[in-house]
Design a protein around this ligand. Structure first.
Ligand SMILES: Nc1ncnc2c1ncn2[C@@H]1O[C@H](COP(=O)(O)OP(=O)(O)OP(=O)(O)O)[C@@H](O)[C@H]1O
Ligand SMILES: [Mg+2]
Length: 455
């Protein structure tokens, strides 16, 4: 039996702290609490925790002081309005940030992800070059396309060339990026990950490239950008298709000249950065539509790794379903469940538009709801008709005439976004919905409502 994961919550507001404690405990974490950095260090050994969740602003030292205190990953919480300081925390080595007010799911997912990834990368195995048929970085798959993908990952990891990863949502793009970084000779330096869709458009250039003091209103001091922070390491630009055109121009210059110029600066600095970019969009199409620079496209399209959708992976689907089921039962501490025949058939036949992530979610839901040791088709609750009939989900067709009382949270979200996205920008939409911009972006992904480009 595995031990419960240990979490330390550092937050001075008692109400938030105890709410968070209860939430985490409901999800089977063992939680310790502290109100300040000082109290944490006096009371506990930081190495005893699997993850530390800390508010940024605390009486006394800031939460980021816990980053250097141990090797335990630190998740920083901060209010949405101070996204800048959140990004700063990431530069200081925080593994992720959570914008307050946070959603329960968001925080549970982040914690689970941090624990999963840190447990995974803890024993750094050295890549054995001759074991080429083995999957990489815990990725499951043995169909020919995935084997080919693993081979390519191993090859490309050893070089410094730019890599573009293309695949539908939930196919494992992020896992592939981590694999590339971990198999490369840059693994000792932390990879810098930037989700281009999650940083407000007006901040993205100075976040990526830094700025000089006085470069624009509010630039009160000189700042180092994330590209420079990735010097000697890997820079992961997720959803590069969402990068605004003006930032694309700057990125192109970095790639061409291996040097970076801060916003408002005339001087450049040499940087050694390995770029890995990912997108679920068709960049060629974006180029044709004038939304992505052609010259940049050719620069980053040096080596493209295409991750096949789950539905094209043959028996991998069932292999994944088995492993995920075992893992989920263990994590949720239930008896070991198994699939009924109807469930197996459904899993094999369904189109899985949300790919591995959707499979993980369906299995988790089924495990939670199961009342016997068998997972039935009903428990998976796959909306077979919708998905099989229309692979490219058209968000505008989603249940248009449901009475208001019956609106689920998802319906509400979809409607709200569709109705207001022309009139509001992402920041305003997120604010109205009471969620972070990052969370808005993730939900758009999950529900298949891509953001409209307005250039
Ligand atoms: N081959 C695989 N084996 C095991 N787990 C996988 C595999 N592929 C993906 N996953 C899991 O599926 C989930 C989604 O993967 P990931 O976040 O890498 O997808 P993504 O392509 O980056 O998605 P998005 O486009 O939504 O950002 C993660 O929990 C990941 O661990
Ligand atoms: Mg991703």
């Amino acid at each position: 039996m595995t031990q419960m994961n240990q979490v330390l919550v550092v937050e001075d507001e008692v109400v938030i702290r105890s709410a968070l404690k209860r939430l985490l405990e409901r999800h089977e974490y063992e939680v310790s609490e502290a109100g300040t950095v000082k109290e944490s260090l006096e009371k506990y050994d930081m190495e005893d925790f699997d993850v530390i969740i800390s508010d940024l602003r605390l009486p006394g030292a800031p939460g980021t002081d816990l980053i250097k205190a141990s090797s335990t990953p630190v998740l920083i919480m901060t209010s949405y309005s101070s996204i800048r300081s959140a990004i700063d925390s990431m530069k200081m080595g925080a593994v992720d940030y959570i914008a307050k007010p946070f959603e329960h799911n968001e925080i549970i997912e982040s914690v689970a992800k941090v624990i999963r990834e840190h447990a995974k990368s803890a024993p750094k195995e050295k890549p054995a070059a001759d074991e080429i048929e083995l999957p990489v970085h815990g990725m499951i798959g043995s169909c020919p396309q995935m084997m080919e993908l693993f081979r390519r990952i191993r090859k490309v990891a050893l070089t410094s060339s730019t890599v573009l990863i293309n695949g539908e949502s939930g196919t494992g793009k992020e896992l592939v990026v981590r694999a590339i970084h971990n198999l490369s000779n840059r693994l000792d330096k932390k990879m810098i990950s930037v989700n281009c869709a999650a940083i407000p458009e007006n901040l993205i250039e100075s976040e990526l490239f830094g700025h000089e003091k006085g470069a624009f209103t509010g630039a009160t001091s000189t700042r180092t950008g994330l590209v420079e922070a990735a010097h000697g390491s890997t820079l992961f630009l997720d959803e590069i298709g969402e990068l605004p055109l003006h930032a694309q121009a700057r990125l192109l210059r970095v790639l061409q000249e291996s040097e970076i110029r801060k916003v408002g600066s005339v001087q450049s600095t040499k940087v050694d950065v390995r770029l890995v970019a990912a997108t679920h969009r068709n960049l060629k199409q974006l180029v044709a539509d004038g939304e992505f620079r052609e010259d940049l496209f050719y620069r980053i399209n040096v080596m493209t790794l295409l991750i096949p959708p789950l539905r094209d992976r043959g028996n991998d689907i069932l292999e994944l379903a088995d492993v995920i089921l075992q893992r989920t039962c263990k994590r949720l501490k239930t008896a070991q469940l198994k699939y009924g025949n109807d469930a197996i058939r459904t899993i094999a036949e369904y189109r899985w538009p949300g790919n591995v992530r959707e499979l993980e979610n369906a299995i988790e839901r089924a495990v939670v709801l199961a009342e016997t040791t068998e997972i039935t088709e009903e428990l998976l609750a796959i909306d077979g008709e919708v998905a099989k009939a229309s692979p490219a989900r058209d968000a505008t067709e989603l249940r248009p005439s449901k009475p208001v009382e019956e609106l689920s949270l998802e319906d509400y979200f979809q409607r709200f976004v569709l109705e207001h996205q022309d009139a509001m920008n992402e920041t305003q939409l997120a604010k109205k919905l009471g969620i972070s911009r990052k969370c808005l972006w993730e939900r758009r992904q999950r529900f298949g409502i891509p953001r409209k480009k307005k250039h």
